[in-house]
Write a new protein. Structure first.
Length: 322
């Protein structure tokens, strides 16, 4: 088949790489988000998908939207059989969905209809789901509402975080995509209608959302820390400074009478913090302007910052840059 590929981040680039490595179908064009400013110099940075496409000499298109007739005509001129969409980041109007002969399919990082929206990996972890997966879906105008063509499932382990689950889903997603393409080429895939009653919305993650509210249970806070590692990274405040929390352990039944956010003690495991229910043992943290480190290493030089009784999360002004 002649395929248009549309995607932007690393998750999408891994799927494009799998498609190119298989060398069965022909990628006639690659669509990705416009280059964005990045880093301290705010220089324009191409997406991982664009970098990979250019390495393979593929034509790259970067429209800001598909509202213009010119962009729609350029896509139509590709004469593609199918458009494969993976974490592209643009809403496709109906005219685009109808352009390829077989329409557009999407690789979605959730077992639909469980999590629809921009951040299914984060939300599955945050909710404490015990499994996730990838759904290959025929796209329609609704938000991740189209018929499901194929699913691949994986377990969410107790030590998984946003990064490790992302990598698991990328691996099984690539395999599922290739399997789905084979099924579409042979006209043997039948779409399954989603049950809307089982769906949840997975909105885009905001940095402020990563603030830890110590009145929550230790279990709930641990889920947030795992979900937001490696982005945007959970944080609390130590005085007026932002303290990033990369990893922690749960002591769900640890008894204490302290107010939420109080440091109970420090030991070889880490910094024990009182939660609304139980305690959280911080095991990997990052002080402002410093590298992320195991708590043991931080305590070796700055134990005085984390004395028993110190209150975390008290500052009202923690909205500045981390």
């Amino acid at each position: 088949m002649k395929i248009i590929f549309a995607g932007t981040p690393d998750f999408a680039a891994s799927h494009l790489a799998a498609l190119l490595d298989q060398n069965i179908h022909t990628v006639v064009a690659v669509y990705t988000q416009p280059d964005r400013p990045a880093g301290r110099g705010k220089k324009l940075k191409p997406s991982p998908v664009k970098v990979l496409a250019e390495q393979h000499g593929l034509p790259v298109m970067q429209p800001a939207s598909f509202k213009s007739l010119e962009d729609q005509q350029l896509l139509e001129a590709c004469a593609a059989d199918l458009m494969v969409v993976v974490a592209y980041g643009l809403i496709l109007p109906q005219v685009v969905l109808d352009t390829p002969r077989l329409g557009c399919i999407n690789v979605h990082a959730s077992l639909l209809p469980r999590w629809r929206g921009a951040a299914p990996i984060h939300r599955a972890l945050e909710a404490g789901d015990d499994k996730s997966g990838v759904t290959i879906m025929q796209m329609e105008a609704g938000l991740d509402t189209g018929p499901m063509l194929l699913k691949a499932e994986c377990a969410i382990d107790g030590d998984d975080n946003g990064g490790s689950l992302h990598d698991k889903l990328a691996d099984i997603g690539c395999e599922a995509l290739l399997e789905a393409l084979e099924g579409l080429a042979e006209n043997r895939l039948v779409g399954e209608v989603q049950d809307d009653a089982l769906s949840n919305y997975a909105p885009k993650i905001s940095k402020e959302e990563a603030r830890l509210d110590w009145s929550y249970s230790a279990i709930k806070l641990d889920l947030k820390i795992r979900a937001f590692n490696p982005f945007p990274v959970a944080f609390t405040t130590l005085g007026d400074e932002r303290l990033r929390v990369w990893a922690a352990e749960v002591e769900a039944a640890h008894p204490h009478q302290a107010s939420a956010g109080t440091i109970l003690k420090c030991d070889s495991r880490g910094i024990w913090v009182a939660c609304g229910k139980g305690a959280l043992v911080l095991s990997e943290i990052q002080l402002p302007g410093k590298k992320r480190l195991p708590v043991r290493a931080v305590l070796n030089s700055q134990a005085q910052l984390f004395a028993a009784g110190v209150q975390l999360g008290m500052s009202e002004d923690a909205s500045g840059a981390s």
